[in-house]
Write a protein of this length. Structure first.
Length: 141
C-alpha cells in the first residue's frame, strides 16, 4: 500500500522494524495503553492498534492473492488470474477510499486534540472491516 495517513505511516514503519509485539510494548516509554495519561500517549496507543489492524489486513490480502494463484483442492480456475488482477485493483482503490475517508475525519477534528485519535480509529475500523470482507469473499479462516 503506497500511501498511509499521517501517524499510521510511522506506526507501520515501527511495526516493520521492531515487530508487532514491540509496537504494543510501550512500558519502556512508561505508557500504559489501557490507561493513557495524555493525548500523545493515547495517540501512540491508537496508532499501534491501527498498525496491527493494517498488518492483519495485509496478511489476509496476501492469503486471498495466494488462493487465487493456486485454487484449493487442486481445482481448475480458468479465471483466477483475472480475479487476482481485479482484487489488486480493488485493493488499490480501497486504499485511496480509506485514506480520503480518514483524512476527512482528521480534517473534521483538526481544531482539537482528538484529530489524531479520530483518524487512527477510522483507520482501524476500516482495516478491520476490509479484513472481514476479504475473509468472507475468499472464504479465508
Amino acid at each position: 500500500m503506497k500511501t498511509l495517513p499521517r501517524l499510521l505511516a510511522g506506526a507501520v514503519a515501527w511495526v516493520g522494524i521492531c515487530g508487532a509485539a514491540a509496537a504494543f510494548d510501550r512500558k519502556d516509554e512508561d505508557i500504559d495503553c489501557a490507561h493513557p495519561g495524555t493525548t500523545m500517549e493515547s495517540d501512540l496507543c491508537a496508532s499501534d492498534v491501527a498498525a496491527a489492524a493494517d498488518a492483519e489486513l495485509n496478511t489476509v490480502y496476501a492469503q486471498a492473492r495466494r488462493q487465487l494463484r493456486s485454487p484449493a483442492r487442486g481445482g481448475n480456475c480458468s479465471y483466477c488470474g483475472d480475479a487476482e488482477q481485479e482484487l489488486v485493483l480493488a485493493q488499490r482503490a480501497w486504499v485511496q477510499l480509506r485514506d480520503h475517508d480518514c483524512n476527512a475525519v482528521y480534517a473534521l477534528n483538526s481544531d482539537g486534540t482528538a484529530r489524531n485519535g479520530a483518524q487512527m480509529r477510522c483507520l482501524t475500523t476500516l482495516a478491520r472491516d476490509r479484513t472481514r470482507q476479504l475473509r468472507e469473499f475468499y472464504e479465508l479462516l
